[in-house]
Ligand binder design. Structure first.
Ligand code: DC
Length: 224
């Protein structure tokens, strides 16, 4: 029985993490874990309960929520206390507030513990901002995906449009820049490239090339 590995992928919003990670997981028959969805779920509930800006209350809320993440028909499915919030967590409003929630150390502690538990048996492709640095610094394969801001904005605007919301490209770009800044400059585990992660700039590579590169790395590690 081959050893089940942990593949960790980090990178900024729109760098191609989700698409790449999903395909890698499919190829290997591994579990795909979208950790951003968990921060988004807490953000959604904080917005609903009008708790933005109230750190202590948000941490209490995060502690009380039962978040269940699964992967159904190639898509992330997420429930909070039994309610399916998979669609709602992708709204523009959640996008605009999620960086504030994910900068709260107490929230991160709760989610990191949960993520470590989810991947403890291996056989996972986990993506986010701190997977290669904090959640799984000893992951078997560590990847850092990046892409230029213009390319990332085009991708995100297309995603919104496919989901039925047309957001002007400049607005998407502004939101991305804002999130990049908060995600990379926050005190609690900011987005950084782990020195031993393989950096892949996806501005000019196809999804297939990205997937192949990770699978190649996976094979090298598996055969060691
Ligand atoms: O990958 P995403 O766009 O769905 O992530 C949403 C937000 O959650 C992002 O702005 C940063 C935060 N995040 C984080 O801080 N750590 C993670 N492991 C994943 C996401």
């Amino acid at each position: 029985m081959p050893k089940k590995l942990i593949i960790a992928i980090d990178g900024p919003a729109g760098s191609g993490k989700s698409t790449t990670a999903k395909l890698v997981a499919k190829r290997l028959n591994y579990l795909y874990i979208d950790t951003g969805a968990m921060y988004r779920a807490i953000t959604l509930l904080a917005l609903r309960n009008e708790l933005m800006g109230k750190t202590a209350e948000i941490i209490e809320l995060a502690k009380s929520l039962k978040i269940v993440l699964s992967f159904i028909d190639g898509e992330t499915n997420i429930t909070v206390n039994g309610e399916d919030v998979s669609k709602e967590i992708r709204s523009f409003e959640v996008n605009g507030n999620v960086s504030e929630i994910s900068a709260i150390e107490g929230v991160r502690k709760i989610l990191v513990k949960k993520q470590q538990e989810m991947g403890k048996d291996g056989g996972v492709v986990m993506e986010g901002r701190d997977i290669t640095t904090v959640v799984y610094p000893n992951a078997d394969v560590k990847i850092y995906l990046t892409a230029g801001i213009d390319e990332r904005a085009v991708r995100r605007a297309k995603e919104f449009s496919e989901k039925g919301t047309d957001v002007p490209i400049e607005k998407v770009k502004e939101n991305l820049k804002n999130r990049d800044f908060i995600d990379s400059n926050r005190e609690a585990s900011p987005l950084t490239k782990s020195p031993d992660a393989i950096e892949v700039d996806t501005s000019n590579t196809t999804i297939e090339e990205q997937v192949e590169l990770i699978i190649k790395e996976f094979k090298i590690v598996s055969e060691k």
